[in-house]
Design a protein around this ligand. Structure first.
Ligand code: DQA
Length: 150
């Protein structure tokens, strides 16, 4: 964990994820980001909190990763389509010292070939794909256990 970082996990969501619940529900499900946040909160260990954020803008996500350097004990990130395109987001995550878990609601490996590669996976300790909202819950539970072990 970054030195003196508060026990807050930053959950960063990229473009179009504000439309969860309405957007291609046959792929992404009917739960909204607020529903996903509520579910992830149930997996928080005592003393931990999470901050759920979403932006459609690459630079904003990068700024949030920079902010996490001193404000977050860990990052869960669903970069949306920026997973497959953004070396800048990878560079930002490489400048973050805590654990990073990448989450995708859908199984990107059984979709179009352009989704099979993720730049963010080069940095993430783990990646959870295809479990829908449950992926955020599992990532939260894992990070709390990891950080509690020190
Ligand atoms: C996604 C998968 C990406 O390929 C896509 O661009 C998204 C959502 C997912 O959660 O399954 O926006 O990250």
């Amino acid at each position: 964990m970054p030195a003196d970082a508060p026990a807050v996990i930053h959950v960063l969501n990229g473009p179009n994820l504000n439309l969860l619940g309405q957007r291609q529900p046959e792929i992404y499900g009917y739960e909204t980001l607020a529903d996903i946040e509520a579910r992830a909160r149930t997996a928080l260990a005592p003393g931990f909190d999470l901050l759920m954020r979403q932006s459609n803008h690459e630079g904003v996500l990068i700024d949030w990763v920079h902010e996490a350097r001193s404000a977050a004990c860990a990052i869960i990130i669903n970069p949306g389509a920026y997973s497959h395109t953004s070396i800048a987001l990878l560079d930002a995550l490489n400048a973050y010292e805590g654990p990073v878990i990448e989450v995708h609601l859908s199984n990107i490996h059984r979709r179009e070939a352009f989704r099979h590669h993720s730049y963010v996976s080069l940095r993430a300790e783990g990646a959870i794909v295809g479990l829908g909202a449950e992926g955020y819950v599992a990532a939260t539970r894992h990070l709390c256990a990891l950080l509690q072990r020190g």
